[in-house]
Ligand binder design. Structure first.
Ligand code: HEM
Ligand code: HEM
Length: 223
């Protein structure tokens, strides 16, 4: 995919085209899976599909293939970007611990609390991404086995259904919080635009991800 300039018109590139494509695909397939999955549990909610349960099931399966295949394909196409993302997510330093301690007071009074400098992902973003990725893996594995349930021991399948449902509930809570932070919370509510354009204002990058921004300025960081 075409490379975009890192600095442009007072803005800094935060997300590559591949990252934005993946995020959009996950966003659309996640809500499709949620709707068609819930329509299985409560058939009366299946109004958008005119109550057609078989159609709902087919769409659930198709969306599941997209949900799993797109990140796998992008990771194979851009292994360096994928490894960089994972390395960023699973790195942790003292500033991350300090950030987590100050997170709740900051949520209550953003102006009064100074957060420690952060790398490419803030500590809270890392923790939320661990939960999202972890439960997406669990929901995908349990769903995959549910798809071939007739060949599996019924005792195992009871667990898979339970894991699928619990993962769905946990993901729903975390994604609602995730959307709240990206769209509604006053200090971060404009950040959703970065998942569309790829860019954030330079001032915001300096303020929110100081260590990453400084490294970018020195040419020592990638996007
Ligand atoms: C990512 C891969 C996924 C796969 C392979 C998958 C597969 C399945 C399968 C095979 C079923 C059994 C019924 C059917 O055949 O339609 C099912 C049910 C269900 N799925 Fe998924 N699914 C996935 C992701 C999700 C996600 C992300 C959600 C919601 C956030 C979800 C929510 C549900 C619900 C609520 C049910 C009904 C469960 C029950 O009957 O107890 N699924 N899924
Ligand atoms: C309307 C729905 C959504 C909005 C507005 C939204 C918004 C955002 C934004 C603004 C970021 C970048 C945060 C940053 O600056 O680093 C982000 C990152 C991310 N999103 Fe979403 N998102 C949505 C749905 C989803 C869904 C459904 C998933 C997963 C199934 C997801 C998974 C992630 C992950 C793993 C990241 C990277 C880690 C992070 O920075 O938090 N998002 N999202």
């Amino acid at each position: 995919m075409a490379k975009q300039p890192v600095f442009k018109d007072g803005q800094v590139l935060r997300f590559s085209t591949a990252a934005r494509v993946l995020h959009t695909v996950h966003l659309l397939s996640f809500f499709t899976l949620l709707y068609t999955g819930l329509a299985r549990l409560w058939p009366e909610t299946n109004v958008l599909l005119g109550g057609d349960l078989l159609l709902g099931q087919t769409i659930h399966h198709l969306a599941a293939v997209v949900f799993i295949a797109v990140p796998v394909a992008l990771a194979l196409l851009y292994p360096r970007g994928a490894l960089h993302f994972l390395k960023t997510l699973f790195s942790w330093d003292k500033d991350d611990t300090r950030w987590m301690i100050k997170f709740i007071p900051w949520m209550i009074r953003p102006q009064a609390v100074k957060l420690p400098p952060q790398g490419q992902e803030k500590a809270g973003q890392k923790v939320s991404a661990w939960i999202i990725i972890g439960f997406c893996l669990l929901i995908a594995v349990s769903g995959g086995l549910m798809w071939i349930a007739q060949f599996m021991p019924s005792e195992l399948m009871k667990w898979m259904y339970a894991i699928h449902d619990v993962s769905m509930i946990i993901l729903l809570f975390v994604i609602v919080m995730h959307i709240y932070m990206g769209v509604l919370f006053p200090a971060t509510r404009r950040s959703w635009t970065s998942m569309i354009t790829g860019y954030v204002p330079e001032e915001e990058a300096r303020h929110g991800w100081r260590k990453w921004y400084d490294d970018l300025k020195k040419g020592q960081q990638t996007v």
